[in-house]
Design a protein around this ligand. Structure first.
Ligand code: HEM
Length: 459
């Protein structure tokens, strides 16, 4: 790729170095199959502010940590979420908290916030305990050393936890239908976001038909679940869960459906991805795996983790923090500039698309010594309080920061500890594991690992 002077057909002002049109054409295959690899290569070759040779909208890859902080936090009012990434996603979620913009978002956030009050988040620990007991039961029934797909197991577990927290149900019946329809719809949406020539929803392509079918299944399942709840009033037959708080805040209907689907989309695969990559990284670092196990055995002994254990599991938390650095599930964050701004010395005009990749920022050598190295201790001791620092954005930053951050960190930390005290995981072929950027970053063909019961646990 070359920095080259502006090309003649380039109508928008050129304000930053970028690849030439020919380079982009040659990279077309890579952009479609692995956009993350393309972005990383572009960053390596062209630096922290890159402008792509796209006439409209002017499109920038911003990797300078201060500039990223400016877009997401310091000057966030100048940026919105009307980008292809979030518009495609809203085909599934409707206008939920993740995709809503400006004033609509502000109102929604106020209404949704009580569902993420610490008293609600605490309950996640109980849901985790139920899921870990299920996994223990399933794996205990297998011959020691059986190869399982850890990615699939973590997806199932994260779905159970978010399902119980949201709907107060194990994901049977309509809740499972809802989850599967959501995933099928997301697959189509990822394809659409990557293909600028993708036909609109009314054209009956196989993808669009799947999407339409999934959306109508989604809507039907939400309707039935809400109707069923009206028959079981809170306080009499059951404890209030997050969905009750949403219904209370929004009064039911479309807005509740949109938030439910948003939480499933945002709170399921993301956590599963963090867990899966944590196990993979531990497989490459026996010392870190031993530290995690020792901490779990010391703090938990022979029981599963509870909410009260959370502050006493700093190493498990550091493993999760470091896995989120190296494999941030949300590998892409995009914004649309509402007004001109200057980022790292380059003017970014109103209307521009700003692309931020936490995957890249988390590898910035100015902030992260030996960035490719898996080193959980970066987040221990004095470094621990730095997990909100500039240049670390697995949950985004500023007012649009993930509302489920505490939920996710509690869930992932307790799952890692509870499983590490009873099981070891050994990769079947760690070298052949490839990260694939879809809605989140996932291992391309799952993560086959040999699961062994800890000898100490057998006595
Ligand atoms: C490891 C797990 C998770 C990761 C890595 C993650 C990542 C993110 C990121 C990066 C954003 C900001 C996107 C942007 O600025 O454009 C976000 C927003 C959001 N996340 Fe998460 N998330 C996780 C777990 C969860 C969970 C468990 C839930 C809910 C149960 C959730 C719900 C949301 C919602 C509703 C938003 C939109 C917030 C707003 O704009 O007000 N996330 N998440």
């Amino acid at each position: 790729m070359s920095k080259g002077p502006p090309e003649r057909y380039f109508r928008t002002p050129v304000t930053a170095p970028g690849p030439q049109g020919g380079d982009m054409l040659r990279a077309f295959g890579l952009i479609r199959t692995n956009p993350l690899a393309f972005l990383e290569q572009t960053w390596h070759e062209l630096g922290d502010v890159v402008q792509f040779p796209i006439p409209s909208p002017p499109s920038y890859l911003i990797s300078d940590p201060e500039a990223v902080d400016r877009v997401l936090r310091v000057n966030q009012r100048a940026y919105g979420k009307r980008t292809i990434q979030y518009t495609s996603l809203s085909l599934v979620t409707g206008e939920g908290l993740l995709t809503a913009d400006t004033e609509a978002w502000r109102q929604q956030r106020r209404v949704v916030q009580p569902a993420f009050h610490p008293t609600q988040v605490e309950k996640v620990a109980d849901h985790v305990a139920v899921s870990c007991a299920r996994l223990d039961g399933e794996w205990s029934a297998l011959p020691d050393g059986t190869v399982i797909d850890v990615d699939a197991a973590m997806m199932h577990t994260a779905l159970e936890v978010v399902g119980r927290a949201l709907f107060g149900t194990d994901l049977s019946g309509d809740a499972a239908t809802l989850a599967h329809a959501t995933l099928a719809a997301l697959d189509v949406v990822v394809g659409k976001a990557r293909n600028p020539l993708s036909p609109p929803l009314w054209v009956p392509t196989p993808g669009n038909l799947t999407l339409r079918r999934s959306l109508s299944i989604l809507d039907g399942a939400v309707e039935r679940m809400l109707a069923e709840r009206r028959l079981r009033p809170v306080g009499i037959e059951r404890e209030p869960d997050m969905l009750d708080l949403l219904v209370e805040g929004f009064g039911g209907g479309g807005p509740v459906r949109n938030q439910m689907v948003t939480f499933l989309v945002a709170g399921h695969e993301t956590v599963a991805s963090a867990l899966t990559w944590s196990w993979h990284l531990l497989d490459t670092s026996p010392d870190a795996a031993a530290m995690l196990r020792d901490e779990a055995l010391t703090v938990l002994g022979d029981r599963d983790a509870t909410f009260a254990d959370f502050p006493h599991l700093p190493y498990a938390r550091a493993v999760v923090d470091e896995a989120l650095r190296l494999y941030p599930p949300a590998w892409l964050i995009t914004r649309k500039a509402h007004e001109d701004d200057v980022l790292a010395g380059h003017t970014v005009p109103a209307g521009a698309l700003v692309i931020i990749s936490p995957w890249i920022v988390h590898r910035h050598p100015d902030l992260w010594p030996d960035p490719e190295r898996f080193e959980p201790s970066r987040f221990l001791g004095t470094g621990a309080s730095d997990s909100n620092r500039t240049g670390y954005l697995p949950f985004g930053s500023g007012p649009r920061m993930c509302i489920g951050r505490d939920f996710a960190l509690l869930e992932a930390t307790l799952i890692m500890s509870s499983l590490a005290r009873r099981w070891t995981f050994e990769g079947v072929d760690a070298a052949s594991v490839h990260a694939e950027p879809l809605v989140t970053v996932r291992p391309r063909d799952g993560l086959p690992m040999r699961v062994r019961r800890l000898v100490a646990d057998e006595g």
